[in-house]
Write a new protein. Structure first.
Length: 244
């Protein structure tokens, strides 16, 4: 069965662009030349694993070499960041890397003064500097959100219904297997996802175990999943509702 997605590439309102799903965001990165990439990214979502996947994809795209990220990436915790430290990072570059990435996680816990400083920076980007922000949630009617839409790229991940999340995770499992050059059928992907109960954090661990177990095999089968993945299959509320 072919793995296909149905999504709008982006939400366009005037000159504002907002992505609402990970595949569309990844498509934007893959189809945009590095020298034309936007310098500001605001990632919003309650699914920490999915958000981290978006962040990792962006970092790999800007800096393909892992060794360069050590010198180019400056990370802050929004709840603890101080204005002086942020100002120093924003106004100085990296001596060892052409590009500089400033990443602030838990941005929704940051002080108002920090948010205002970042918002002002949107209209005055520094050359070869990228700003990446992550928040679990953010009000769409706020000045900061509107500025981020207008000047940068917003990835505001929708909360998926259980069956929508299952479909996305099945496709994600297939993608991981393909990247590892393994064959895997749709029913096998479904079985693995159902056993983990749509928990992507557990699914990541099980995929790693499965790939190690099937290291010398070309195809991952139902027997492999049953041998390695011990999590019992559980019915969710929506599955029970459908059965009734």
């Amino acid at each position: 069965k072919n793995f296909t997605f149905s999504w709008k590439d982006y939400i366009l309102l005037g000159n504002q662009v907002r992505y609402d799903n990970l595949p569309a965001f990844e498509k934007y990165l893959e189809e945009t030349p590095l020298n034309q990439l936007n310098q500001f990214y605001f990632i919003i979502g309650k699914d920490r694993v999915e958000c981290q996947e978006a962040i990792d994809h962006l970092l790999r795209f800007i800096l393909p070499a892992d060794t360069m990220r050590e010198f180019a990436l400056t990370s802050f915790n929004g709840a603890q960041i101080e204005e002086v430290a942020l100002a120093n990072a924003l106004d100085s570059g990296s001596f060892f890397s052409k590009s500089q990435i400033i990443y602030i996680q838990q941005f929704d816990d940051s002080k108002k003064t920090i948010q205002e400083k970042i918002e002002k920076k949107f209209s005055h980007p520094q050359r070869n500097q990228y700003i990446l922000l992550y928040a679990a949630s953010w009000p769409k009617n706020s000045s900061f959100y509107k500025t981020a839409e207008k000047q940068g790229i917003v990835l505001d991940l929708l909360e998926l219904k259980p069956w929508e999340k299952e479909k996305r995770l099945v496709a994600w499992v297939n993608k991981q297997a393909t990247a590892a050059r393994k064959l895997i059928s749709y029913p096998v992907c479904q079985l693995l996802v159902k056993r983990m109960g749509n928990d992507q954090a557990l699914l990541v661990q099980e995929i790693e175990k499965l790939m190690t177990y099937c290291m010398d095999k070309q195809e991952i089968t139902v027997r492999d999943v049953e041998a390695v993945c011990s999590q019992e299959q559980t019915d969710t509320i929506w599955q029970l509702g459908e059965a009734i």
